[in-house]
Design a protein around this ligand. Sequence first.
Ligand code: FES
Ligand SMILES: [Fe+2]
Length: 345
Amino acid sequence: MPLIKNAWYCAAWSETLTRQPMQRKFLGDTIVLYRTERGDPVALSNRCPHRFAPMHKGCLKGDDIECPYHGLRFDATGRCVHNPHGDGHIPKAAQLKSYPLFERDGIVWIWMGDPERADPATVLDSQYTAFVRDAKTFAVGFGDLQVKANYLLVMDNLLDLTHAPYVHPNTVGGRPEDSIQGGMHVGFEEDEQSVTSTYFVPDMPPTPQLQPLFPLPAGDFRIHMRWQPSSALAMRLTMTPPGQPDGSGVVLPLLHLLTPIDESHTHYFFALARNVAIDVPAAHEAMMEFARRAFEEEDEPMIAACQEQMGTTDLFSLKPVLLQTDVASVKARRRVDALVQQEGR
Ligand code: FES
Ligand SMILES: [Fe+2]
């Protein structure tokens, strides 16, 4: 299925974007990212228009970037401003494509489609991302990985967390006997902007990831996973003493931001935070290590293996068996279909 171009995608976590030019590939385009001296983020095509050298291997001269091959220099808007050769004439076509960016709450968003339509008002609302800068309440960590699969398969994975007891019993999932048979209640909600899946397991032993953060032998486990097009997921995981109100115990807000690299690869950005042990470095390392293992060593190989079995055939053309718990991902995929059709017109 074609990728949605007119949408904001995560290009980088703010803290990873520096004065060192960085290469990324999104929606099939190779991009160079860097910051100006003032700190503003810049995204330009990474292919020099002369002999197509990778611009990220060049160096910055002030706010300009110099090609590593013959030294053409481009400003932060992509305009060629210096040709060191011949009479210094700059051909009109000496231009790098520039991509709109928007930075807020530790996230640099990129717009890969028609620049005229890049409206910052349509970026994922700050109510879902503000925890990133709420240092009084939360300790936050960031990570990213590449998944060898179409982003819709990653989205399916996140909107259907019934896989957790099977794929993640030693990290972020409960044991099957504690959650499924213990009564996992799976719910679904939707509104105009979003599709959400919810999970509630009463009186469950804490998952390995929660054990250092939640001292009781059991608690009420809840997850709220909200997706909005094209591929931003905001999650809230809580563990409360049995019967206590949601949010009165451990609260972990997470972001899962999926940026297609191309049709069969995805750049998966994740952020997660906790409201307990926020000044304890060992708690931080443990939380991040569990997340990294879960996403990189457990989810990624499973999703990539499914993609391999599916080849390039679209999911629905393969007539997959549908379970009740697939409702959120099926609804989300329908909305993606509608957006793809709209773009095609
Ligand atoms: S390839 Fe960039 S200046 Fe020649
Ligand atoms: Fe998972």
